[in-house]
Design a protein around this ligand. Structure first.
Ligand code: AMP
Ligand code: MG
Length: 413
């Protein structure tokens, strides 16, 4: 049995980064840039006003105040989009709106709130200081500057920047297709009669949801019985996908045939059985360089194994640099019994007590129990230990279901 850290390394070293594709910037949301983006122009393209008001030569307003107002002659206006063509001379002002280009000669902007318009004249009640309320040409982005680098995740601000720079399309990494096969004689699908002894096949759906959640594309191969021929025929349909996931039938039971079926496709097995709980009976290998994960059938084992191995693998294929969920440290509120042989991933809830981040199990840790998975903020990572972990111990928690940034560090390194 290999350690979870070694297993994760073996998985990731077998995973290729996929090729590139060109996408419209909105379709690229959530994807990873596969190109650098270089600014072809300054942003902003010219000096402009950050306020609605009047622009003029600063020396004209030096020392202006409500007691010593300065009156200037309004010679025109510079709304956003239609620049004033003339020059602002001594004693003159141009009405300017936010985003309006600063005319020649003007060196400051006074906010409209600090002025009073009297016919053709504006009375200025304040000295705004030199170069105030002016957004300088190129202050955000300079022409020829590399603004975004390959490997950047396209989020809403990146979409905005790409649009600002005039890019309608960008190159991003492709996303993998992931074929999912559930196996088990006892399984019925959602549209099949639920009779005695049967189990509803939830894994096809929870795994597909996890695949979607990573930004990849699931393909359902349905349910195979514990029959080598049925499994082989359905898996054959999956061979065009980039990744294959199976669930169930990889343990040591009489009807656990998935490994034998995969052997018929000449799978090169990299490991079978990982020292973790839940999720021990996991097989990983490649079929002609295509990664294949034989996940255990228990619903929570399958989901937690997906989290540790499949998610980082899919993220790597899609060009992500940070592959792992973030970790936090927390103080155990209750003792937790583990064991000497396997690393335990304990579904847990985080809460604060007197300013200290505390953690306790979120319910039954049975490999089948999904409720505690729903209630879990994360997974405690408890290395193999003879003695139980006592209340007060500091432990690491891998955060699930979070939008916080991903981490460059594997918890197992
Ligand atoms: P196995 O790994 O095939 O021995 O299955 C372990 C447990 O997980 C059994 O109780 C199965 O009924 C259950 N199980 C297997 N596959 C699924 C599935 N697709 N959906 C829900 N439960 C499953
Ligand atoms: Mg089974």
């Amino acid at each position: 049995m290999i350690s979870i850290g070694e297993a994760q390394r073996k998985v990731l070293e077998s995973i290729p980064v996929l090729g590139r594709q060109r996408l419209h910037i909105l379709d690229a949301l959530g994807r990873v840039l596969a190109q650098d983006v270089i600014a072809m122009r300054d942003v902003p393209a010219g000096d402009n006003s950050a306020m609605d008001g009047y622009c003029c030569r600063h020396e004209d307003l030096a020392g202006a105040s409500p007691h010593q107002p300065v009156t200037l002659k309004v010679i025109g206006e510079s709304p956003a989009g239609s620049p004033f063509q003339g020059t602002v001379g001594p004693g003159e002002a141009v009405r300017i709106m936010t985003g309006g280009l600063l005319p020649r000669g003007a060196t400051t902007v006074i906010m409209v709130e600090h002025t009073r318009l009297e016919g053709e004249q504006v009375v200025c009640l304040k000295d705004p200081g030199p170069a105030l309320h002016i957004r300088l040409r190129g202050e955000d982005v300079r022409e020829n500057e590399t603004v975004l680098t390959s490997g950047t995740i396209v989020r809403p601000p990146e979409v905005g920047m790409l649009a600002t720079l005039g890019h309608a399309y960008v190159h991003v990494y492709q996303r993998p297709t992931v074929a999912i096969l559930s196996t088990g004689d006892e399984l019925v699908d959602l549209d099949e009669p639920f009779t005695d002894g049967k189990v509803v096949c939830s894994n096809s759906y929870s795994l597909a949801a996890q695949v979607l959640d990573c930004g990849a594309a699931p393909i359902s191969l349905g349910i195979a019985t514990d029959d080598a021929e049925d499994q082989r025929a359905r898996l054959a349909d999956g061979m065009r996908a980039d990744v294959i996931l199976t669930s169930g039938g990889v343990s040591v039971g009489k009807y656990d045939l998935v490994k034998d079926t995969l052997a018929q496709f000449a799978m090169q097995v990299k490991f079978w059985k990982v020292a973790m709980k839940p999720g021990k009976p996991l097989v990983f290998g490649t079929i002609a360089n295509k990664p294949v994960f034989g996940l255990p059938g228990n619903p929570t084992s399958a989901m937690i194994s997906f989290e540790q191995f499949v998610r980082p693998a899919l993220l790597k294929m899609m060009g992500h640099r940070n592959l792992f969920r973030p970790l936090v440290e927390a103080t155990l509120a209750d003792p937790v019994r583990t064991g000497p042989d396997r690393l335990h991933l304990v579904r847990c809830k985080l809460f604060e007590e007197d300013g200290v981040m505390m953690v306790s199990p979120s319910g039954s840790q049975s490999s089948g129990a999904l409720r505690s998975m729903i209630l879990a903020d994360g997974l405690m990572i408890l290395p193999p230990e003879d003695a139980p972990f006592s209340a007060g111990n500091r432990v690491k928690v891998q955060l699930l279901h979070t939008n916080s940034p991903l981490s460059p560090y594997s918890p197992y390194e």
